[in-house]
Design a protein around this ligand. Structure first.
Ligand SMILES: C[S@@+](CC[C@H](N)C(=O)[O-])C[C@H]1O[C@@H](n2cnc3c(N)ncnc32)[C@H](O)[C@@H]1O
Length: 432
């Protein structure tokens, strides 16, 4: 069981969390006798998970991802307000024998993977086996032998937070994406606050962690966001989104590997005019650099194994050999690439950027996931490098672009693509 004494108290409640507590839940709290008023703290701290029923249903969802929901029952969940966590005891179905617990962060409603009993331990206890034996086998590499993912090229229309829940664990070999911008443009005003934006990103990163293979990479293209000033008397604001995102990656079980800088040619015409004021009057303190870079942050799903283990344990050694990068390559973390533009999407990245990431961080036939697919640049790059792709996008107009353009870049193989929640393009003409 996890030691709670080491856990540091968490940050303040996210500002948006109040919207998750329903009014009648607060009435319920007020009417509850003092001894049972655990949830008064929950209400004042605006926990996202304020009730036993909520904690149980999250634990059930987590068990479902491992097909354990029917074999496992629940003891009485308890909240530990010191650390803002719910502990949901797990018992063998139909008995009271305790076999583990699910630990849930009350602010974010995410299952804390490091503190929750590992699914293989739960499984072993259900079968009356000694879990230590099974874990030793894993440590020896016997049961963690990587398998080739059976996933085929897939396009999913929907919210990636939900869509990822339907994907098998460890079925993806690389995640490369660029997340939506917080409030940068009117069409992205989907978030009540910056905190709620970060919480949404956290949930998606959390769900990506589950579907990503052990020791494999999550690469994110991201940059600070400029919030333009509302009036002449106000200053514009720059939000350092990459640094907040970095914290989320670490907390969600990734190790930091690299910060690559995508450098765009200077004076390409896309600069924001940020340095104009200084250029005119040259006053100290007014200096503002025009940004010509974006981050390409590289993380690896935490494991005690070396990267060499991923290479040696790859089940298709021929693919490993064929994926070797020959000729010139980027020796520094400065990647000079021209930006790309799309007439119908405001924030596409260049296919060249996607190709470099895919080439350096995956093998042939691997599955590359983009949970914020936009126009499907990652799919195009993956296909051109003989990798498979899973693209998730929640805007109908962008899904339509992916589907319409796909026959041009995937040709006859379009007919084998799995389309979930969207219409497959008409492939009749290209098959002739
Ligand atoms: C920065 S753009 C990605 C552009 C893409 N790299 C390209 O080259 O076309 C982010 C995309 O994420 C999509 N998006 C935002 N929230 C989403 C969510 N919860 N699930 C799936 N897609 C989402 C937006 O509609 C947008 O197209």
């Amino acid at each position: 069981m996890a030691k709670t004494t080491k856990r540091k108290p968490r940050r303040q409640a996210p500002a948006h969390a109040s919207s998750m507590i329903h009014e009648d839940q607060i009435n319920y709290i007020a009417a509850t006798p003092r001894k049972q008023r655990v949830s008064t703290v929950a209400a004042s701290r605006k926990y996202a998970v304020a009730f036993v029923s909520g904690a149980k249903s999250i634990a059930k969802g987590w068990l479902k991802t491992f097909n354990l929901e029917n074999a496992v029952g629940f003891g009485l969940p308890e909240i530990d307000d010191r650390y803002h966590i719910w502990r949901v005891p797990l018992v063998k179905s139909g008995t009271k024998e305790r076999i583990g617990e699910v630990v849930i962060d009350a602010y974010t409603s995410l299952v804390s993977v490091n503190e929750t009993t590992a699914p293989e331990v739960i499984e072993a206890r259900l079968l009356g086996r000694n879990p230590a034996e099974k874990l030793t086998q894993r440590a020896n590499g016997n049961s963690t032998q990587s398998l080739i993912s059976f996933i085929r090229n897939t396009i999913i229309f929907g919210d990636s937070e939900q869509a990822l829940l339907d994907m098998p664990s460890q079925s993806v070999d690389l995640v490369f994406t660029s997340p939506p911008y917080y409030n940068a443009r009117p069409e992205y005003e989907d978030y009540l606050s910056y905190e709620s934006y970060l919480l949404k990103m956290r949930r998606i990163i959390h769900n990506c962690h589950r579907v990503l293979g052990e020791g494999r990479f999550f690469v994110m293209n991201i940059s600070p966001v400029l919030i333009r000033r509302a009036s002449r008397n106000e200053a514009s604001k720059r939000i350092a989104v990459p640094f907040d995102m970095h914290k989320i990656f670490i907390e969600e079980g990734f190790d930091f590997i690299d910060d690559i800088h995508w450098v765009k040619p200077e004076g390409a015409g896309w600069a924001t005019g940020r340095g104009r004021r200084f250029a005119a009057d040259r006053q100290p303190l007014q200096y503002k650099a025009v940004p010509v870079t974006e981050y390409v942050l590289v993380y690896r799903k935490h494991t005690d194994k070396l990267i060499d283990w991923n290479i040696r344990n790859h089940p298709d050694q021929r693919a490993v050999k064929e994926s070797k990068i020959t000729g010139e390559y980027d020796t520094t973390n400065l990647w000079r690439i021209h930006p790309a533009f799309h007439s119908e999407h405001p924030a596409v990245f260049p296919i060249e950027l996607a190709k470099r990431v895919i080439k350096y961080y995956s093998f042939k036939n691997d599955v590359v996931l983009d949970p914020f697919a936009g126009t499907g640049t990652v799919g195009r790059a993956a296909a051109s490098l003989d990798r498979r792709f899973v693209l998730i996008e929640n805007e109908p107009k962008y899904i339509k672009i992916i589907c319409t353009e796909m026959p041009d870049w995937l040709g006859a193989a379009t007919k084998d693509v799995l389309f979930i929640g969207c219409q497959a393009p008409d492939t009749a003409s290209i098959l002739l």
